[in-house]
Design a protein around this ligand. Structure first.
Ligand SMILES: [Zn+2]
Ligand SMILES: [Zn+2]
Length: 362
């Protein structure tokens, strides 16, 4: 295995910039792929003209202090403030954090404003996530933002973990035993109609979706403990299911069909709801001031394809830390993991160098 730091050219030779199996190159059919104005920068319509009016009493503050104060505002208020007059637009666009967001992650800002979570996220918090490289759940390099809690997440986590599945009010109510009054106090979003997930499932209506982590905590606080919450929720669910089954029985007698369950099936990676609050976002490296998008490992993609083609399901990789996990599951997790030059060196140390597009054991 090659020793020493990985060169840029070797990193590029051993990685793909995009998931190779996507004919559309980059599309994951997340929120940013459904924004009507995706890819546009936030325009300053006043740019060419000098400001005629000031900001009143705010103008007594030094510019740095004004910028610092405004950067703590939520992005919804900040963008409204920007439209007061030319001077306000000039000041907002001179805020270093706002400038960096508009330059490197305009779709994150557009997406947040479109799904109406702008009042939940400050300009400062969004900038911090832009400058954070790691997934908040698993710590690997992550190329996405979950807009309900302004968290950096990786593909594997947002397509698999419960906390990144935003829920419809009716499902959150059943699952956590909380009423609409409580749900309305929790972080929620209004989805954008469009196609979501790799299956490109069409969802033409706007849905109100609540953050499941917040709903879980609200349920535990209301019922006193996770166990009490689950008992209450399963009792209510059993009653509702009984009523539903009676309705389904009568409906089938009349020739119509009602599903025999109340919870919608979570098809994890194929669940369109998981993609509605997710935006692709680069990592802004504070040291170089350059955005990094990460790249996919050529070895993991080939090994993943091999597993699928040959139906491998070997129980262990001798050099892997988790002997319980099957080879197929390892590469299912790894083939969509993004790496920077630094994290790729560590990946090669853990899974072995790459020869002929395949990892060889350490
Ligand atoms: Zn993760
Ligand atoms: Zn790999």
């Amino acid at each position: 295995m090659e020793e020493g730091p990985l060169s840029k050219s070797r990193f590029e030779a051993l990685t793909y910039k995009y998931p190779r199996f996507y004919p559309q190159k980059v599309k994951d059919f997340t929120l940013d792929d459904n924004l009507p104005l995706a890819g546009l920068t936030i325009r300053n319509e006043y740019r060419s003209k000098a400001a005629k009016f000031g900001l009143g009493t705010l103008d007594v503050l030094p510019l740095e202090l004004l910028q610092e104060s405004l950067s703590h505002l939520d992005v919804s208020t900040l963008t409204k403030f920007r439209h007061i007059n030319r001077r306000a637009a000039d000041v907002v666009e001179s805020i270093p954090e706002f400038k960096a967001i508009v330059m490197h992650a305009p779709n994150a800002l557009l997406g947040i404003l479109s799904v109406e979570t702008g009042h939940l996220i400050s300009c400062k918090a969004l900038y911090e996530q832009l400058c954070t490289a790691e997934c908040e759940h698993c710590g690997s390099f992550a190329g996405y933002l979950y807009v309900l809690t302004c968290s950096r997440v990786c593909f594997h986590c947002f397509t698999a973990k419960e906390r990144y599945l935003p829920l419809r009010y009716c499902d959150a109510r059943r699952k956590f035993g909380i009423d609409r009054k409580i749900l309305k106090t929790l972080p929620s979003m209004r989805s954008i109609p469009g196609k979501y997930s790799r299956e490109q499932l069409n969802r033409p209506k706007r849905l109100v979706l609540v953050d499941s982590g917040s709903a879980y905590r609200a349920g535990v606080a209301l019922h006193g403990s996770p166990g009490a919450m689950r008992r209450y929720a399963s009792h209510v669910y059993a009653q509702e299911l009984q009523e539903h089954n009676i309705k389904a029985f009568h409906a089938s007698a009349n020739g119509t069909y009602l599903p025999r369950h109340l919870y919608p099936h979570d098809a994890v990676e194929g669940n369109p709801l998981r993609f509605m609050g997710i935006i692709r976002m680069p990592w802004l490296n504070r040291a170089t001031r350059e955005p990094e998008y990460g790249a996919y490992c050529i070895g993991c993609i080939s090994c993943h394809d091999n597993c699928l083609l040959n139906q491998f399901d070997i129980q262990t990789l001798s050099h892997h830390a988790n002997p319980v996990m099957s080879l197929r599951r390892i590469y299912q997790r790894l083939h969509r993991r993004l790496y920077t030059e630094a994290s790729f060196s560590e990946h090669l140390r853990q899974y072995g160098d790459i020869r002929d597009r395949k990892h060889i054991g350490t």
